[in-house]
Design a protein around this ligand. Structure first.
Ligand code: APR
Length: 314
């Protein structure tokens, strides 16, 4: 196929992204992992779905970055997932080292790719990927908003007994407890949810969304969510490869937008063939803006914490 996508990390999230992307039939896929056999085995298994599902994407498993050369999009899912009792920030030190080594390899073999980071804590890891890659900000994107919004939409659909696809809405800010669901911009086929639900219920659903990932970690006990994260990646990759100009919440580098600078944070953007083609600046209320700035402050705290860990280890 003309397009090539590499997925780093053939674990739960990476493999789910690979198979959902293959079902779209828009690119060849390279699945790479540090563990020998895992990406090869999973790729082989997935390829045996091709005749049944009728896709032509070629899926290759490898441990050699040479095979990832000249990818159009690279998705990084390599790293540890959360276990019960852990916050995303508890993954900081170990996943930072993985992100560093992975980013260096990607840059070597696909210097022109668009890089989507998924490894947690997301907002910090994508920032790190920028430091290590030197990529321009349009080619660096963190996946979180599509997933967090999907969780919000799912909980709202359940409450409203609505078809989930009819619920449109957005969650902005950090991929953590200070994320920001925006009820004002959330509708069911155009009807604002503020017309359909009392404020207390909307707030309750917002709070559940903020800890939506943790709810799944508690149930799974051995790791974190991967089905919805995997398909969220695929939505973003498809928007880029097909140049769909989709308006999606993504973690992107802010330089003054929303009065925030020097951090990656979830805001609505236009995703197309050049990656982040535009950051959409919404007219937020003072309260929403304050909450977004608070969210950005948390990302900065995490960045500082990570740099301190790095300094003490040198
Ligand atoms: N290079 C390549 N792959 C690596 C490396 C590395 N340096 N280090 C670890 N991996 C691989 C592991 O071998 C494993 O196959 O990353 C994969 C991670 O898979 P899982 O443990 O199943 O974790 P997963 O649930 O997929 O989550 C991955 O995404 O959503 C985030 O918080 C989540 O940070 C976590 C990441």
């Amino acid at each position: 196929m003309e397009k090539k996508v590499t997925i780093v990390g053939a674990g739960h999230v990476g493999a789910t992204a690979a198979i959902t992307l293959a079902l779209k039939d828009i690119a060849d896929i390279v699945l790479i992992d540090i563990v020998e056999g895992t990406p090869q085995g999973k790729a082989l298994d997935m390829m045996q779905m091709a005749p049944i599902c009728n896709f032509n994407s070629k899926i290759t498993g490898t441990n050699d970055y040479k095979d990832t050369a000249n990818s159009d999009v690279v998705v990084v899912t390599a790293g540890l997932p959360r276990k019960p009792g852990m916050s995303r920030d508890d993954l900081l030190s170990v996943n930072a080292k993985i992100t560093e080594s992975v980013t260096n390899e990607i840059v070597k073999y696909s210097p022109n790719c668009i890089l989507i980071v998924v490894t947690n804590p997301l907002d910090v890891m994508v920032n790190l990927a920028m430091e290590f890659s030197g990529f321009p900000k349009n080619r660096l994107i963190g996946m979180a908003g599509v997933l967090d919004s999907a969780r919000y939409r799912t909980f709202l659909a359940e409450e409203l007994d609505a078809s989930p696809g009819d619920v449109q809405g957005m969650v902005l800010g950090i991929h953590g407890d200070k994320m920001l669901p925006i009820p004002r911009f959330t509708t069911v086929n155009g009807i604002p949810i503020t017309e359909l639900l009392p404020k207390e219920k909307i707030d309750e659903i917002g709070e559940r969304t903020k800890v939506g990932g943790g709810e799944i970690v508690k149930l799974l006990k051995t790791g974190s969510a991967y089905y919805a994260p995997g398909i969220s990646i695929t939505v973003m990759v498809e928007a880029i490869l097909k140049d769909l100009k989709k308006k999606l919440p993504c973690a992107v580098y802010l330089e003054g937008e929303y009065g925030i600078s020097g951090v990656f944070l979830g805001v609505p953007v236009i995703l197309g063939k050049n990656g982040v083609e535009k950051i959409i600046e919404l007219n937020l209320t003072e309260e929403e803006l304050e909450a977004l700035k608070d969210s950005a402050a948390s990302v900065k705290d995490n960045m500082d914490a990570m740099h301190k860990i790095n300094m003490s280890e040198r």
